[in-house]
Ligand binder design. Structure first.
Ligand code: UD1
Ligand code: CA
Length: 459
């Protein structure tokens, strides 16, 4: 089988983004666009992948990690110049080299695969992935001969009025015979409006050498969208969002309003889960069957067990068991576990805490650095006082305890199993199991005193 290589162009400044972030690192549904490109390409069996980055692009390298080799393009002199940077890595190889832009994150593995196959079947020296659009502005146009053969590509800025009418565009993705590519690159110049070495100019060079140049027209312009500014970035986000939502719906997930539901690529959702509008599911999140998320909830890196409900809440890096109820308006912060049948109600914040099976923290509480056993009831307004300005301390509430409303539990402290804490207590010492603890001033009533006070004020 022919050897296959890929060069990913990711060194451009992305000036049209008007951003301090490298263009290819701008996220599309939480993942840098270049990473989408690499993820889709690596599913095609490749013998080598090389990514061209600019100097100081440590963050690009960091994101792509071990998936690709890297070469540096010191100065951004154009896409042709960028490919030349990969010459040292690839020049001795025989086979097909695909060149892909790091700013076309929607192209799928299937399209890359089809392009490779078309190129190899045709025995072409170069194959351009092209598509047609009524709005070709900004893209390079594919100029064909009278016999309909691809002759060259002209960039939008260099094109004359007639050429600009052409609706077939260069998607920026190509397959080349590896040797022919690097040899043709030696002949391109920067004699054009932008003063750049254009990769598409190798097409004309190859044609001049009577080499076979082919085009593979994909019907899906949307998929080939190139991201150059924030408008096209938002467009890509929208397209990818619908693609991902459609996949989940086909798998049996109920998405009530796919226009307003944002599911990142790594999220796993089981059939019969219901995702309500305004929900954002990110990171390595798993939602089990029959769970209901939203409306207006954000779940990042969480496991959510079956039949659980999360309403108008934010949860991160935590495990949520089965039949759990969260919200409305709860905040589950990292390293928490809400066990089966537990409830975390409105205006409750949980941080690095375990809420045991069947336990309830129903209203207006803060449970931080806490281990709460099973069947515990934490009354409204209870606070774990976990921080002394320097260190954090643990609060433990053992099984079957009842914490009265508006209690302060000053950590480190343990409330033994089967205990009661009277409402309004400030607990500073451990409470032994099966005890009632009252830690508040005793009430005194002075009968008639209010009347006396009022009379005195009226004098
Ligand atoms: C390019 C094509 C155009 C095509 C369009 C498709 C050229 C000259 N033009 O135009 O025909 O229709 O893509 O989206 O190739 N890059 C580098 N180093 C550089 C310059 C660019 O690595 O010196 C990288 C960029 O990071 C980017 C890619 O190459 O990922 C494309 O560059 P960009 O400037 O976006 O090209 P377009 O003007 O969109
Ligand atoms: Ca581009």
């Amino acid at each position: 089988m022919t050897k296959r290589y890929a060069v990913i162009l990711a060194a451009g400044q992305g000036t049209r983004m008007k951003s301090k972030l490298y263009k290819v690192l701008h996220p599309v549904l939480g993942r840098p666009m270049v990473q989408h490109v690499i993820d889709q390409i690596k599913a095609v069996q490749l013998d080598q992948m090389v990514t061209v980055v600019s100097r100081g692009a440590d963050r690009v390298v960091e994101h792509i990690g071990s998936d690709s080799a890297f070469v540096i393009q010191e100065e951004q002199l154009g896409t042709g110049h960028a490919v030349i940077q990969a010459e040292d890595v690839l020049k001795d190889k025989e086979g097909t080299t695909m060149v892909v832009c790091g700013d076309t994150p929607l192209i799928s593995t299937e399209t890359y695969q089809a392009l490779f196959e078309h190129h190899e079947k045709e025995g072409a020296s170069a194959t351009i992935l092209t598509t047609k659009t009524k709005e070709p502005s900004g893209y390079g146009r594919v100029i064909r001969s009278e016999t309909n053969e691809v002759e060259r590509i002209v960039e939008h800025k260099d094109a004359n009025a007639n050429e600009r009418l052409v609706e077939e565009i260069n998607t920026g993705t190509y397959c080349f015979d590896n040797q022919a590519l690097f040899s043709a690159l030696k002949e391109i110049s920067n004699d054009n409006v932008q003063g750049e070495y254009y990769l598409p100019d190798v097409i004309e060079v190859l044609r001049g050498r009577q080499e076979k140049v082919s085009a593979f027209i994909t019907p899906d312009f949307e998929e080939t969208l190139g991201i150059n500014d924030r408008l096209s970035l938002a467009q890509a986000e929208k397209i990818m969002k619908h693609r991902i939502n459609a996949k989940h719906m086909r798998n049996g997930v109920a998405i009530i309003d796919p226009d307003h539901t944002y599911i990142h690529p790594d999220v796993v959702i089981k059939p019969d889960a219901v995702i309500h509008p305004g929900t954002i599911l990110t990171g390595a999140t798993t939602i089990e069957s029959d769970a209901e998320i939203g409306p207006h909830s954000e779940v990042n890196n969480c496991y959510v067990g079956s039949d659980s409900v999360i309403k108008q809440s934010v949860t991160a890096n935590s495990k949520i068991g089965e039949r759990v109820k969260i919200g409305p308006y709860a905040h589950i912060r990292p390293e928490s576990a809400i066990e089966n049948d537990a409830k975390v109600g409105n205006f409750v914040e949980i941080k690095k805490a375990t809420i045991g099976t069947g336990s309830k923290v129903s209203h207006l509480s803060y449970m931080g650095d806490a281990q709460i056993g099973n069947n515990v009831n934490v009354g409204c307004g209870t606070i774990t006082v976990n921080y002394d300005g320097k260190h954090k301390y643990l609060t433990t509430i053992e099984d079957d305890s009842f914490i009265g409303c508006n209690s302060n539990l000053i950590a480190p402290v343990t409330i033994g199993a089967d205990s009661y804490v009277a409402a309004g207590s400030t607990i500073t010492k451990d409470v032994p199991a099966a005890s009632l603890s009252v830690a508040r001033a005793r009430q005194t009533n002075k009968e008639g005193y209010a009347t006396k006070l009022k009379n005195r004020q009226n004098d």
